[in-house]
Design a protein. Structure first.
Length: 171
């Protein structure tokens, strides 16, 4: 299972304000909230069904599929996703919106090309900023990727470079 992809889908399918989420009183960290899928799973089935019912058909189906996949994850995999979600949640709202837009655009690309862009972004995220800029300015890089792809790669690399070590790796 590709946890990074599942975490990214959670970010896209659960933007702030679309649900009135249940609070998780069991958390021992002040201000911490579990990922939206976890909150949905913790709700009584009737309440979850009511909330999902309010969504447009396509989004509801995607979220139901995502819930099913999430339920099958191990506790370690869920913790990995929760950490990514928490890092995202701490970002300013404008940055969150920018990332959601970036991932929507990335999701519109063919799978093989999307994976190539993600791999390149991961490689760049591991480089010091000076080296990263030099690589992105190189003729090889500029010929290999379109301006839109370069923008997506740069956005992903920025995100990955700011995540705690271990969370930026792409499976």
């Amino acid at each position: 299972m590709r946890m990074a992809r599942l975490a990214l889908l959670m970010l896209l399918l659960a933007p702030a304000g679309n649900f009135v989420w249940a609070q998780d009183a069991a958390s021992d960290r002040p201000g911490w909230e579990p990922p939206p899928l976890e909150r949905l799973l913790n709700m009584p089935a009737e309440e979850r069904a009511k909330r999902l019912e309010r969504l447009p058909e396509g989004r509801r189906k995607r979220l139901e599929e995502l819930l099913e996949r999430y339920q099958k994850l191990s506790p370690e995999q869920r913790r990995y996703i929760a950490e990514r979600y928490e890092a995202f949640r701490r970002m300013p709202a404008a940055e969150q919106d920018s990332l959601r837009n970036l991932f929507r655009r990335l999701g519109e690309m063919p799978e093989q090309r999307r994976m190539e862009l993600r791999r390149q972004a991961w490689r760049l995220s591991m480089m010091p900023p000076v080296r990263r800029r030099a690589r992105m300015a190189s003729p090889w890089f500029r010929q290999r990727y379109t301006p839109e792809e370069r923008e997506l790669i740069a956005g992903l690399a920025r995100l990955m470079s700011r995540l705690p070590r271990g969370l930026s790796a792409l499976p």
